[in-house]
Design a protein around this ligand. Sequence first.
Ligand code: SF4
Length: 390
Amino acid sequence: MAHALLSPSSAHRWMSCPGSVSLSRLFPDESSSYAEEGILAHAWAAHFLDPQNQPQPAEALSSDNLTFVQDYVLFVERETAGGVRRIEYPVSVSEVTGEANAKGTIDCAALVNGTLKIIDLKFGKGVKVDAEHNTQLMIYAAGALPLFDVIDEVRAIELTIFQPRINNICSWKLTPAELEDFVNKARARASIAINYLRADPLPLAALEPSADACRFCKAKAACPALQQKAAEACDFRPVLDKGQDIPIVPEEALSSEQLSLNLQLADLLEPWIAAVREAAYDQMMEGVQVEGFKLVLGRPGNRQWTSNAEAEAMLKSFKLKEDERYTYKVITPTALEKLMKAGRIGERQWKRAETIITRSEPTPTVVPAADKRPAWSPTATASDFTPISN
Ligand code: SF4
């Protein structure tokens, strides 16, 4: 399958910063153990849901990941019961992106009572993904709609994110007309991005930095627009002039308006700073000299036995008592819950255990106002908000 430059999964980026398609293709895709883990989880989920067409992966899942995948499989079966279901469903996205032969693969697409359901398994746990206005799923829906519309009329579309490792399951509904509005907007932005692919040199105006767009952009360590933002940030007009007396409380510097501006800037610059550090590390590990910086070794890791069996035998030969040789720890509530789910203890026993489970109070954190969680006030009482489960 052709690898799309304007992929549905990066639509939130190229719709916001059309020049990023041109700039980021200069940087290789990086694989990680997390990405591999996600690919394996998807392959197992597809096999469980459609064993006839989806081969059983050669590699097994860890028991934790197997539980997450089974939860997803049960969810999909429940949500799509009685409907027409397709797993690992390839759809053309060229109509939206304008890129020839571009395809996307939907984890699960189904038509249930006139509703086109697009369900996406997200295996990451770093960033909570929202179904509402999710550009990736809307592009998938646009690709799937004509294929399901011939089976039966699609009257509504429902997008669902199933992100089991952070207990995030969310859905959002829209009408075919609302989807068409989005497709028109996406098409217009994609056409700008494709025009920039032919531009050499790329105009600076092609790049539109924003915290959301830049966060996962491969080009961010080398992006001139993001660098410019950083330079502007360093060139803040000082609140106080040289020669001016310093007030005891610098209220202007800590005003709510100034803090709001600074936080928006921090959201944009933090990923850039991390990417610059990573790029410098990678290059220096390859032997490149970066003026003014060097590599040093950190502290060595914690000491551990090279062989537990050998250590056990040796400690016994030292005539140490058993309680001196071993450390016993009671299992955690999370481990007990897993045993309950595996049927090793019953619901009643779990309820009894719950009476002696405690957890520390959640600590407040600063997030953008658009965050879905309810605002918390330091003057609120504990009962005024619901803690987030993990
Ligand atoms: S880092 Fe940000 S501004 Fe630069 S290309 Fe990527 S998305 Fe665009």
